[in-house]
Design a protein. Structure first.
Lengths: 593, 291
């Protein structure tokens, strides 16, 4: 058998003169640098998003307290809503979409398939810079007159579609929000094209589809979702911008009277925006979580010293979730006034997606069963992911039924549900990936004691925040309320809010352990070998950190399935994908180009 | 092909307990994780069983149906939650690294087929059973003899209009909307059907009588939520959305807006007053007298 190596044709591109520092670290086309740029962008974004949420949590319990950085000292309802909007938007787009897919996918997809870079390196660079510009435009909404928009990350018109007459922040702030989202969409579309092409075209010889690590499958399915979902959000965003700027009426019906003023719009439908938005918004949930599922499968196999249980079922489940994810956006709209008959269709489809999700959970437990579990920090976060995925998935069974959704919709129950499954589970996937791949990215390990401390405090803290939050919702606590003075029964829920706020502050402080560990270990951490976790996939077949062309000219050929741990006849308990026989010398470490 | 055989000799349990160097570092995280998982399950169970923060009692037949489905779902998902979290706790302790050899297993098609079918059956089964509660509340046309009330929302107010003796709502013209001049809904004064319309800031309904509520919004999306009715419905600009309910218990219940509608969202509030038939007649005639 002879293989024509896809990477060899492009080697010359990297063998030229070493580019200057500017081209290497700032305007770089190297997927590893771009991955790191995405990572640090999302690190900045998550820090800002976290502070915004702390501001909200504080205000909910002590609404009259004076706060630093708040204009006027005491937070107004519109400032609270601006925090709601910006927290959600920044977290969803610039953290949950950016970190698992764009950051880790960029860095590790080419490494795991034995390629020297993404298929379109310049397009890749453009994707990142568009995302960065989108982020800056988003942040600038805080600085314009009227402040950041107050319409939430879902930006339902007419609130978001008319202008500042509907509320503070709905003028320039909302326009900047839409501009940012449109730029972000373009960056994501270009990125997803790149991921899809790279996975299809640049796999190493022998790396068949059933030999792909589950991370690669997850990034690939996620890229397909991004391509289809962001295209629709882009269209919707253009229409919303036109309604605001060109005074069209895609989402605005006739006869609107806002603040006593009759509007001249007519003929549009606010429901149309909700359909377009959630056609994007629901797959977006899976864009955030699927890469985490891939990472968790990858890590569980590694630290259980076992192959992933039911590899093919895992791949089918990823694809099934991807497909079904496009067919159930209507469950966000059960109370919107959409035809009640369609609610039942969306309900059944939503419950069906529980099946591939359950398959994944069962197979993770199956992977752990009979293993030799090593509780390294990435493993702990992967186990935490499973726990949150189960909890958040099961609370979704209630919301999937329209009859039950009519009591829980827009309450804190929904906030708890989506934070656990889309926020925290995905973030645990990101943490697991960070601790796991840090040695590869920086050539050093992160500190284990600090990593464990970070895990215990975060795991316990997250449950302390979000379990009570479910009960606030069941009792009827409404989300996006600036305080609880609006209805009598809300006051009785304040003790729970106080508990959650304190838990949130403790959990936030625990993140300092991560930040300190991360930046300290970059320079001072224990040096890591090429394959510090005794793992099997291709990213461990090269030096840590990898040379600019990833494999120093020695591009691997793949001989076996991705998770060959504890093979009965093998002398070692892992069998790397690129080794033809067990007697082959391990790859040379630290070989430079 | 040794690559594809399954190693059935189970080293776990059959092997004498052997402390390797790894064991010292990995025993405690597994136990701590198991304890935390048990605590999470225990705390959740406790709050449910102790009814610490319950939803208020239902006041309509539809709401009782909803609660029945809610409890069914709670028992099913609760059992799965318990089993899954506790299995995870058990697994991390039992299979912690004690120097044993991991079992080489690629999967088990029979087992996988079994649990896939089981989840499909349970989840979709719940959905099928939950159909009735939704269908009863939303598919049925308004009962004969239902009283009609129109609920209009605008930032950050609810207004409820009763058709008066003629049983007909007067025409509405958005260009006539003017809260300062006492016509916040824009009722056309030239339409005779509107002359006896009654507008109130609270929703007053007679006990046990079916009510058809016609929801509309003047400006942005608002919502009508009464917890005791288990009823939540957006008021969507450009649409008139009909919802039906029959309140079976006299009392005052809070109406809140759950759809983010602007800076006063959290203050948007009204009352549903369920009263005796005679009180209801008195309310209508009193409102009609008012200027």
């Amino acid at each position: 058998m002879s293989f024509d190596h896809p990477a060899s044709t492009a080697v010359h591109a990297r063998s030229g003169a070493r580019p200057g520092i500017f081209r290497r670290y700032v305007f770089s086309t190297d997927h590893k640098i771009i991955g790191l740029q995405y990572f640090f962008l999302s690190l900045a974004a998550v820090t800002i998003g976290l502070f915004l949420s702390l501001g909200m949590r504080f205000h909910l319990v002590w609404p009259a307290a004076r706060l630093p950085l708040v204009t006027g000292g005491i937070m107004t309802p519109e400032q609270y809503l601006a925090l709601v909007t910006m927290h959600g938007t920044i977290m969803v787009f610039f953290v949950l979409t950016t970190a698992p897919q764009s950051a880790f996918g960029n860095y590790f997809l080419p490494l795991q398939i034995g390629a020297m870079d993404m298929a379109f390196p310049r397009l890749n660079m453009l994707s990142f810079w568009l995302t960065l510009v989108a982020f800056l435009v988003m942040l600038s909404a805080f600085l314009v007159p009227g402040g950041a928009p107050i319409s939430g990350w879902t930006a339902y018109p007419p609130l978001s579609g008319i202008g500042e007459i509907t509320g503070p922040g709905e003028g320039a702030g909302q326009s900047l929000w839409i501009a940012s989202i449109l730029i972000f969409c373009v960056g994501s579309l270009l990125g997803s094209i790149n991921f899809i092409s790279t996975t299809i075209d640049l796999r190493a010889p022998g790396l068949t589809l059933t030999r792909l690590p589950l991370t690669v499958w997850a990034w690939f399915v996620t890229a397909v979702l991004s391509l289809l979902a962001f295209a629709v959000l882009f269209a919707g965003g253009i229409l919303l911008a036109l309604d605001r700027v060109a005074r069209t009426s895609f989402f605005l019906p006739a006869g609107l009277v806002v603040s006593g003023e009759l509007q001249t719009h007519g003929g549009g439908s606010p429901l149309l925006w909700q359909h377009l938005f959630w056609f994007f918004g629901h797959p977006e949930v899976y864009i955030a979580i699927l890469p985490g599922m891939g990472v968790v499968s990858h890590i569980l196999a590694n630290f259980s010293r076992k192959p992933v249980f039911g590899y093919r079922a895992m791949v089918f489940a990823l694809c099934a979730i991807g497909l079904l994810g496009f067919l159930l956006w209507g469950h966000h709209m059960f109370v919107s006034g959409m035809n009640p008959y369609s609610s039942l269709t969306f309900s059944m489809l939503t419950l069906s997606i529980g099946v591939p999700s359950a398959v994944k959970t069962f197979n993770w437990l199956g992977t752990l069963w009979g293993g030799r579990l090593q509780f390294q920090t990435p493993m702990l976060f992967a186990l935490g992911f499973i726990s949150f995925f189960v909890t958040g998935g099961l609370s979704g069974i209630f919301l999937a039924q329209p009859a039950l959704d009519t009591s829980l919709h827009a309450t804190y129950y929904v906030v708890a549900h989506f934070h656990i499954i889309m926020g925290v589970a995905a973030i645990f996937g990101i943490f697991a990936a960070t601790y796991y791949w840090f040695p590869k990215m920086f050539g050093r390990k992160m500190n284990k004691a600090l990593g464990q401390l970070h895990f215990w405090l975060t795991f316990a803290g997250v449950y302390a925040i979000f379990i009570p939050m479910h009960f606030v919702g069941i009792a009827g606590g409404i989300r996006r309320y600036a305080d609880s003075s609006g209805a009598r029964y809300l006051v009785s829920l304040q003790p729970l809010h106080a508990f959650m706020t304190i838990a949130a502050f403790i959990t936030a402080v625990a993140q300092l352990a991560f930040f300190y560990n991360f930046f300290w270990s970059m320079r001072q951490g224990e040096p890591a070998s090429a394959n510090p976790w005794d793992a099997t996939s291709l990213e461990w077949a090269t030096a840590s950190p990898p040379p600019p062309d990833n494999f120093a000219g020695q591009f691997p050929t793949v001989y076996r399935a991705p998770y060959e741990y504890s093979l009965p006849a093998a002398p070692r308990d892992f069998f790397p994908q690129h080794l033809q026989s067990e007697h082959e010398a391990p790859p040379q470490e630290g070989s430079s180009c | 092909m040794p690559l594809f055989t399954t190693n059935r000799t189970d080293p776990i349990g059959s092997q004498p307990f052997r402390i390797s160097n790894r064991a010292r570092g990995s025993g405690s995280p597994s136990v701590l994780l198991a304890i935390l998982l048990i605590l999470v399950v225990g705390a959740t169970l406790f709050i449910f069983v102790a009814h610490l923060y319950p939803a208020p009692a239902p006041i309509s037949r539809d709401a009782v149906l909803v609660d029945r489905q809610y409890h069914l779902t709670l028992y099913v998902t609760g059992a799965v939650f318990l089993l899954a979290q506790l299995s995870l706790a058990y697994i991390v302790v039992r299979f912690r690294d004690r120097g044993q050899k991991a079992r080489f297993v690629r999967g088990n098609v029979a087992l996988e087929t079994f649990w896939t079918s089981l989840t499909l059956f349970v989840f979709v089964g719940l959905g099928v059973l939950g159909r009735k509660a939704w269908a009863d509340a939303r598919f049925a046309p308004p009962a004969s003899g239902a009283i009609q009330v129109e609920g209009t929302t605008y930032q950050f107010v609810y207004a409820f209009r009763y058709p008066g003796k003629d049983g007909k709502f007067g025409r509405i013209d958005p260009s006539l909307v003017s809260a300062p001049s006492g016509n916040p809904l824009g009722i056309d004064p030239n339409d005779p059907a509107g002359r006896d319309d009654v507008v109130a800031s609270e929703l007053v309904v007679p006990v046990g009588r079916p009510v058809e509520l016609l929801l509309r919004s003047q400006d942005v999306v608002h919502n009508f939520f009464v917890r005791e009715l288990r009823l939540q419905q957006d008021a969507m600009p450009g649409m008139i959305i009909s919802v039906n309910f029959t309140a079976d218990q006299i009392g005052e219940y809070e109406i809140v807006c759950t759809q983010l509608c602007g800076l006063g969202h959290y203050k948007m509030h009204s009352l549903l007053r369920v009263v005796s038939p005679s009180e209801f007649e008195a309310f209508l005639s009193h409102q009609a007298m008012a200027p």
